[in-house]
Ligand binder design. Structure first.
Ligand code: MN
Length: 202
């Protein structure tokens, strides 16, 4: 998923697995174009500028996120977070819901998909400032919903990141202005649950 240029090892902007307007009306083409084409591209450019000569040159993105701090951590974390974010969506679908082993685990642990969604949205809505709400799995396959500030990722806590909603304002302000909770509740219709189950089964 993390693409690097084979010639010079620099990190590359992740490709969207859908057209820029495919997620409308949940996320507009305009938001995708700024969020992916400008915000994420800037994190990629920044990291490629900061890495040469640092101890993290040539390391994987995951390793950099787990070991670095400061500007390298912030930009690497945002690349990892956005790569997972942008590759987890698909065109809107009514009654979209989890599939496979992950569906069973969500049901067992949270009681129902509805109860899971409620807790996830609440953690996303109440996260103060900029950050991310995550569904992540521990080594026993147990699920955790975590709030991560700024560029953080649950990988730094030894968890495997599965699903994430970006609560930085740049993710929703053009389409929803200050209505973060509405944005979060609309995102469920575009989650590609087959892709999330694949992350879980790894
Ligand atoms: Mn973002």
């Amino acid at each position: 998923m993390t693409q690097t240029n084979p010639l010079d090892g620099t990190f590359q902007l992740v490709e969207l697995p859908y057209a820029a307007d495919a997620l409308e009306p949940v996320i507009s083409k305009e938001t995708i174009s700024f969020h992916h084409g400008k915000h994420l591209q800037t994190y990629v450019n920044n990291l490629n500028t900061l890495l040469p000569g640092s101890p993290y040159e040539g390391r994987s993105l995951e390793e950099i996120v787990c070991k670095s701090d400061g500007g390298i951590f912030n930009n690497a974390g945002q690349i990892l977070n956005h790569n997972l974010y942008f590759t987890q969506f698909t065109a809107p679908e009514e009654n979209n819901k989890p599939v496979g082993n992950l569906a069973v685990a969500i049901e067992q642990q949270f009681g129902s998909f509805e109860a899971f969604k409620e807790e996830f949205e609440k953690k996303g809505s109440t996260l103060f400032g900029s950050g991310w709400v995550w569904l992540a799995a521990d080594q026993d396959g147990k699920l955790h919903i975590t709030q991560e500030a700024n560029a953080n990722n649950p990988i730094t806590k030894g968890l495997t990141p599965l699903l994430t909603f970006d609560v930085w304002e740049h993710a929703y302000y053009l389409d929803y202005q200050n209505r973060r909770p509405v944005h979060l509740s609309n995102l469920w219709s575009i989650v590609n649950w087959a892709a999330i189950d694949k992350r879980y089964m790894k």
